[in-house]
Design a protein around this ligand. Structure first.
Ligand SMILES: Nc1ncnc2c1ncn2[C@@H]1O[C@H](COP(=O)(O)OP(=O)(O)O)[C@@H](O)[C@H]1O
Ligand SMILES: [Mg+2]
Length: 1071
């Protein structure tokens, strides 16, 4: 475990981990800007949001406004519009659509610890919701900031968040829809384009959202504050009347407009042209009209009610066009058409008596000593009477509208009080204009009150927390604006009291007398100045009819003109009476007769406002507050522009620096023990992975291990308080480092586990496949074994029964024997005709086998014969003859068998042409065969080379060109040859033939061939004698010669001593 030491260096903090030799290595160094804002803060509480600090409490230089604004700027540039001061959310209007309000974002913030995600309006909404659910305490979210800072948007975002994320049933869905749809309606009637904001709320709004025990939104209630009615009759340059007028004129259907007597041109209406700004680029009146119409239906307005509501809106426009003329002191109406229209039954205001209205707008009815008198009005009075009527009608209709919405949002369960509440306060922010009047006075007074509440609650809650945790509270210096609140609202002495007094006082009370009275009464107050009381410098920037209040948020000059009138908010009685006569149901609800009979003067506007604020404070005090402080980045509604002067002003009057100071007065950071331990327990072996003992002991162990010095932290009852942000940052850094090693471990563990699972799965699968396959194989083997056993059994049985008649027992065996014989036969058929082999057939097939054998032989012979060529046939015939003659009779026959017989041994070139010629001429036959031979003389047995030629009819012996002897075949008596291997043979001729000189003894090297040819040519096959031992032959004249044949080593032919021719023939192995 790494031990941490913290060393503060001027630019920031660096975490040092002790090296091997005790030296320190800088690791994970952070760059910190000199003004104390971290240029790069990797150690923000959440790793998500790394620009600047996401909680100002963690700002090192927390007293520096520059550092504060720099942090805002940095985050704003990166579109991070939200930053915390503890639990207060600071929001800077981006003036552009950031994609941070999607359903995914809502899901991300749902049920998550406030500090674990980056700052967001949803985090505030979710935190309040969870506190309400878990602690059962009503909540309120106070949204403040100047006009155009994004309050209304923020409240809408919160409402949407609840609508999406809270559980809902079908019935709840209607309530959700109505809650959401109440916004466009209220905005249409209560919002207007001002110089500051194209959609500025001109009324204050507090909305309760009611949740049942399941946490589902089941109802709601809206309280509205001080609608800026003066806008109905007058708008400053560049501003507009309330949206609804333009929406009706631009979006209303033709029929509707005709029915209401309106033209589709806002320029036609006096009440719409004062600001000279009928169109605004960011507003689409026509589509807004559709949204409003739909919203009215969703909220539950009937068609009649909508018609009557629109009648009223149209009437206000008509009223504005009522013109006066005549004498200055006695005004009369010059535009009767408008009045007629206004008085038409069941149309617009539906005043039943045209004259009444006419009269009421030009005369004042006075009640003097119980007598009703009519006093004519001058032009100015008549105009203001008209305007007062318009304002009253519009203002009261607005209140009716809010009540109507409230009725539709009412929670109608039996256990009606059994719900929790989250309140949303979206009220006009602090306003300073060039000319500030009664409205600004009220608005700024309201903001003073809220600031007061804020101070009380934040300071108080901070103090309460210290007390609850048993930690000593050190008082914080801050500006308490109670003094200003008192200046405005104190009984008898406050500005409102003085104003009321002036309004009620008989005599010539005027705005200026009111100013004088103020000077007299509160002139000495530190926060009050008038032209008369001011120093020379201030006088230059103040009018004589102005008084200045030094608000907590800045100085504002109020012009007293109109204060009395606006405060009186009077409507002439006769006008009220006329209103009471209206047939319009909404108007009859707005103006009732009881008001006429009530003699008591109604409360002035300021007093009513003061009372409603007091009530609001009460409501807010009873709830647990959360704050959203909205800041406007520039006056030109531009995205990305950060006007530092404007922002510094807002930071100041929103009291953000004070807020921060209070939060940081003692300890910058505090967390409940379990949260702290849960987050950082991994940094200490003692607390990791789990701490079993008391939470506070665990935290003690942890911080000791981390090396916190005693002055850096304090242990409360349930929370640890850390004094400096840097201590926390160091811990965060350590956690960041630790996270990596933990993550690696987790990863390794997980990877190991997942790989093991994977392997196990693979293994199991392989085993399953193996088992399956082995099963198949085993089954196959068993099957084969069974089959084999059956076969063997059948064989044995068949074998036993083999000699019996064919029966089931032996048929298989017999068939098999046959089959195997035939199969064997097919493989072992004789290859050629000489091959006499033939498998032995089983008894049953003996006959068939014999047939087959014959057929096979025939087939072989047939196919052999087919293949024989004529030459070969001739050769074979000769060989056959040779075989017949010599086979087993002559020793050298076997040698001759493989040697082919040639057609002739001598061709034309080797035979003398003369011989050929002779043969052809005398014998008329061409020699068929010629062979060189050796002739032995009959006497001395001298060998003489000769050629033997065979023709068709005779054998011829030639020597060179001479034809030596011719033996006609007819004369050939026989041929003798020995049985030995020699080539000597004798041609026997008849001795009596004189032409012949006796038998011829010849020797041929190709004796078998030669003799076969002679035998064929002479057709003397049967006349060849093969002799053993010796051959006798005739030599002519009756003399006889003998040739003796003896076997020997080599051929030797010679005359023996006995006078015989001795032939030694080599013995041949073959015999
Ligand atoms: N969170 C936001 N995101 C985008 N635009 C915003 C946001 N908040 C405010 N705006 C813009 O600023 C305008 C004024 O905001 P609005 O809530 O009406 O101000 P306020 O109620 O404080 O007078 C809006 O019409 C809208 O255009
Ligand atoms: Mg607003």
């Amino acid at each position: 475990m790494m031990e941490l030491k913290i060393q503060l260096i001027p630019t920031g903090e660096i975490i040092l981990s002790p090296g091997k030799n005790g030296e320190n290595h800088c690791h994970n160094c952070k760059v910190v800007a000199s003004d104390g804002v971290r240029a790069m803060m990797e150690s923000a509480l959440t790793a998500r949001d790394r620009v600047g600090v996401q909680d100002f409490v963690l700002l090192e230089n927390y007293t520096s406004e520059a550092a504060f604004i720099e942090n805002l700027r940095k985050r704003f540039k990166e579109n991070l519009i939200y930053t915390y001061i503890g639990s207060v959310l600071v929001s800077v209007n981006p003036y552009k659509d950031l994609e941070i309000y999607t359903k995914n974002h809502m899901e991300r913030y749902r049920g998550v610890n406030f500090y674990e995600v980056s700052p967001h309006i949803y985090a505030v909404a979710d935190n309040s919701y969870r506190s309400m659910r878990t602690e059962g305490k009503d909540q309120c979210i106070l949204i403040s900031g100047e006009s155009g800072a994004g309050k209304t948007e923020a409240s809408k975002k919160i409402l949407q968040y609840y609508a999406v994320t809270c559980p809902a049933s079908e019935q709840v869905q209607t309530v959700k829809d109505r809650l959401l749809q109440s916004n466009p309606v209220l905005e249409a009637f209560g919002n207007a384009k001002t110089l500051r904001n194209d959609n500025s709320s001109r009324f204050g709004k507090y909305m309760d959202i009611q949740f049942d025990f399941k946490g589902a939104p089941v109802g709601g209630h809206i309280i509205n504050y001080l609608l800026e009615k003066s806008r109905v009759v007058h708008q400053n340059h560049g501003e507009r009347n309330f949206h609804i007028f333009y929406q009706l004129i631009e979006g209303g259907e033709e029929d509707l407009l005709r029915h209401l007597g309106l033209e589709r041109n806002p320029q036609q209406y006096q009440y719409l042209i004062k600001g000279n700004c009928p169109k605004v680029s960011s507003i689409n009146d026509r589509s807004d009209w559709k949204v409003v119409r739909k919203a009215l239906t969703v909220i539950g307005f009937s068609e009649n009610e909508v018609e009557e509501l629109l009648n009223i809106i149209a009437s206000v426009l008509h009223l504005g066009n009522v013109q006066y003329g005549g004498e200055d002191s006695n005004a009369c109406i010059t535009s009767d058409i408008q009045i007629k229209y206004l008085a038409r039954p069941r149309v617009t205001l539906v005043l039943s008596v045209f004259a009444c209205l006419h009269l009421s707008l030009t005369f004042l009815s006075l009640c003097v000593f119980h007598h009703q008198l009519m006093s004519p009005l001058n032009l100015e009075q008549a105009s203001s009477a008209r305007d007062a009527l318009a304002k009253a009608v519009y203002g009261r209709t607005f209140t009716w509208l809010v009540n109507k919405i409230n009725a539709s949002l009412t929670y109608t369960s039996d256990s009606s009080k059994n719900y929790s509440v989250i309140g949303l306060l979206d009220i006009y922010g602090f306003e300073v204009f060039q000319h500030n009047s009664f409205e600004q006075f009220c608005i700024n007074y309201c903001n003073e009150k809220l600031q007061q509440l804020f101070i009380e609650l934040t300071l108080k809650s901070e103090q309460d927390e210290y007390e609850a945790e048993g930690i000593t509270w050190e008082p914080v210096q801050y500006f308490n604006n109670k003094i200003i609140c008192d200046l405005v609202e104190e009984k008898f002495k406050g500005i409102i009291s003085i104003l009321d007094e002036e309004c009620l006082r008989p005599g010539d009370a005027s705005d200026l007398t009111f100013l004088e009275k103020l000077e007299d009464t509160v002139g000495g107050h530190a926060h009050f100045v008038t032209h008369k009381l001011a120093d020379a410098k201030t006088r230059k920037v103040m009018g004589r009819d102005e008084f200045r209040l030094l608000h907590y948020a800045g100085e504002v000059n109020y012009n007293v003109n109109g204060f009395l009138d606006k405060n009186n908010d009077l409507l002439f009685r006769n006008l009220k009476e006329v209103m009471c006569m209206s047939e319009n149901k909404i108007l009859t609800q707005c103006f009732n007769r009881e008001e006429l009979s009530d003699k008591k003067r109604p409360d002035t506007a300021a007093t009513q406002f003061k009372a409603s604020l007091a009530k609001l404070m009460e409501i807010l005090m009873s709830k647990e507050p959360s704050y959203v402080r909205c800041i406007k980045p520039n006056d030109s509604k531009q995205s990305g522009r950060f006007d530092e002067v404007l922002i510094r002003h807002q930071v100041k009057y929103l009291g953000l620096m004070e807020n921060l100071r209070v939060r940081r007065a003692g300890f910058a950071y505090r967390r409940r023990y379990e949260v702290f331990l849960q987050r950082y327990k991994s940094l200490c072996p003692g607390t990791w992975p789990n701490w079993d003992g008391k939470l506070s002991d665990g935290v003690s162990t942890l911080v000791k291990h981390l090396g916190y010095k005693p002055e850096e932290y304090k242990m409360g009852r349930s929370k640890i308080f850390i004094r400096f942000p840097k201590t926390l940052f160091a811990t965060e850094d350590a956690l960041e480092t630790r996270k990596h090693s933990l993550a690696t471990k987790l990863q390794a563990g997980w990877k190991g586990y997942s790989q093991k699972c994977k392997y196990q799965k693979l293994r199991n699968s392989a085993i399953a496949v193996q088992a399956w396959w082995r099963g198949i194989l085993a089954r196959r083997r068993a099957q084969r074994r069974r089959q084999a056993a059956n076969t063997i059994r059948r064989f044995i049985k068949g074998f036993i029964y083999r000699h019996k008649e064919r029966c089931p027992e032996n048929e298989y065996f017999l068939d098999y024997v046959r089959y195997s014989f035939l199969m064997n036969l097919c493989k072992n058929l004789p290859k050629n005709v000489l091959d006499k082999s033939w498998p032995t057939p089983p008894a049953a097939l003996t006959e068939a086998s014999e047939h087959l054998r014959k057929m096979c032989m025939q087939n072989m012979v047939w196919s052999y014969c087919k293949k024989i060529s004529p030459e070969w046939k001739h050769q074979m015939e000769q060989k056959m003859i040779a075989s017949e003659i010599f086979k087993d009779k002559k020793d050298n026959y076997p040698q001759s068998v493989p040697k082919l017989f040639v057609s002739t041994r001598l061709d034309g070139e080797n035979i003398n042409p003369k011989v050929v010629q002779h043969v052809l001429i005398f014998l008329r036959f061409c020699p068929q065969y010629a062979v060189p031979v050796t002739k032995y003389d009959r006497r001395g047995y001298k060998p003489r080379p000769r050629q033997l030629l065979l023709t068709a009819n005779s054998a011829v012996i030639a020597e060179e060109g001479k034809l030596k002897q011719r033996i006609d075949y007819g004369a050939l008596k026989g041929i003798s040859v020995s049985s030995l291997s020699d080539g000597v043979f004798v041609l026997h001729v008849p001795s009596e033939d004189n032409k012949q000189k006796g038998d011829v003894v010849l020797q041929s090297d190709h004796v078998i061939e030669t003799l076969t040819k002679i035998a064929i040519c002479a057709d003397k096959i049967n006349t060849i004698n093969i002799n053993q031992g010796s051959i006798k032959f005739t030599m002519g004249q009756g003399k006889e010669g003998i040739i003796d044949f003896t076997p020997g080593s080599e051929l030797l032919v010679a005359k023996a001593k006995n006078g015989h021719l001795s032939v030694t023939a080599p013995r041949l192995n073959s015999r």
